[in-house]
Write a protein that binds this ligand. Structure first.
Ligand code: SF4
Length: 390
């Protein structure tokens, strides 16, 4: 009997691969050298392979012409592939922001491929009017920011965040995290060492709850791809053991740290971010104080303004006192909350965001207003949920 084809018929095709292919992407040069050494090759071939996949950004073993044909053939026969995560869908905003669905290296339940979201913001995240007036210009971007995901979904359950609605599906591997960056570098033709590029680990997921893979990705991006850790910022909801481990990382590979504060005190923060019940503000600040900062480095406090909940003048004064009390060199990044389906908050009233900024500035706290980017394509902060509508 012939059954009508359904989605699941397609997914359950006999012989469909259920195991993760053997991916070279994600291995550093030492791991690549050991792999090749097991095949009887010299260690320097590992460097060639790393150069090919991380610097030349090649995605097919066949194209790695620095390796002898026989070796390429053997790697392929033994089931190896470059296996870099791929951009499978692109949403483009009127403001030039692009949101990508990136397919990772592992398969999800029943072999369903899982995608994560990565966002490209040309001109950084502070420099545009945010109203689309720059769209259509032929001017090449002068600086840009890539927002990177660290998990499929998230377990932290911040009440204002769309990603939280997914729950945690799984951790991404180091290659899947670094691969989002390299796939975007390739798409945008970024020249390392020449173009001004920032990375923010602020996409889907809590990086410090996937610590080893997150830091593994940072190591690949610094040591193999050639990006500076001083141009990377990781944002955490306040995972104290993760912050403590982070503080012990060598300065040469440690990104800058941002704390997603989002509330003026523990009472409000516990409502908005239930993780605060486990690690309240003082515990987080204590852990941050142990992170050895480099010259001129500052801690960023991210603060999402929720209409009526966290955007009142008394909240601004309380945040100023809190930041001063930390004794840390710090700045505050304000973000007007971006609406999302099923999230019970309101956008802050017009004028309240500027008033909040002015109050902090008047109290002597360095403060920046992050302009909303890619709101029309669900690419803005807290909106990443693999939304398929553009
Ligand atoms: S804001 Fe970040 S940590 Fe909080 S639920 Fe969303 S993705 Fe997770």
């Amino acid at each position: 009997m012939t059954r009508k084809a359904t989605h699941f018929d397609i997914l359950d095709v006999p012989g469909a691969p259920e195991v993760t292919p053997k991916a070279l992407f994600g291995m550093d040069r030492e791991a690549l050298a050991s792999l090749l050494a097991e095949m009887g090759e010299s260690a320097w071939r590992g460097r060639q392979l790393a150069e090919a996949i991380y610097v030349q950004r090649l995605t097919s073993i066949n194209d790695i012409t620095t390796l002898p044909l026989a070796l390429r053939g053997r790697l392929t026969r033994e089931g190896w592939e470059v296996g870099r995560p791929a951009i499978v869908q692109v949403f483009r905003s009127v403001d030039g922001t692009e949101r990508y669905l990136v397919q990772g290296q592992s398969s999800g339940a029943k072999g369903v491929p899982e995608t994560v979201e990565t966002v490209w913001m040309p001109e950084g995240d502070e420099g545009e009017a945010g109203d689309g007036t720059e769209a259509g210009s032929d001017k090449r971007w002068e600086r840009a920011t890539i927002c990177v995901s660290s998990q499929v979904g998230c377990a932290v359950n911040c009440q204002f965040c769309l990603t939280a609605k997914l729950g945690l599906q799984r951790n991404l591997g180091a290659g899947e995290i670094a691969g989002q960056v390299v796939a975007v570098l390739e798409r945008q033709g970024v020249e390392i060492g020449k173009d001004r590029l920032n990375l923010v680990f602020m996409g889907m997921g809590e990086p410090l709850l996937n610590y080893d893979n997150f830091m593994g990705a940072v190591r690949l991006l610094v040591e193999e791809v050639g990006l500076s850790p001083l141009r990377m910022t990781v944002s955490t909801s306040g995972i104290v053991p993760g912050i403590e481990s982070f503080g012990r990382e060598p300065a040469e590979i440690r990104p800058k740290l941002a704390i997603s504060l989002n509330a003026p005190n523990d009472a409000v923060r516990s409502e908005v971010m239930p993780v605060n019940r486990k690690w309240p503000i003082e515990a987080v600040i204590d852990a941050v104080r142990k992170v050895p900062l480099r010259p001129r480095e500052r801690i960023t406090f991210e603060y999402v303004l929720l209409g009526g909940v966290t955007n009142q003048p008394e909240h601004a004064r309380e945040v100023a006192r809190l930041v001063r009390r930390t004794g840390l060199p710090a700045k505050v990044n304000l973000i007007a909350w971006n609406p999302g389906p099923g999230i019970p908050y309101e956008m802050p009233a017009a004028g309240s965001v500027e008033r909040f900024r002015d109050l902090l500035a008047a109290e002597g706290v360095p403060v920046y207003l992050r302009r909303p980017r890619g709101r029309d394509i669900y690419a803005a902060c807290g909106q990443l949920k693999r939304t398929l509508e553009s």
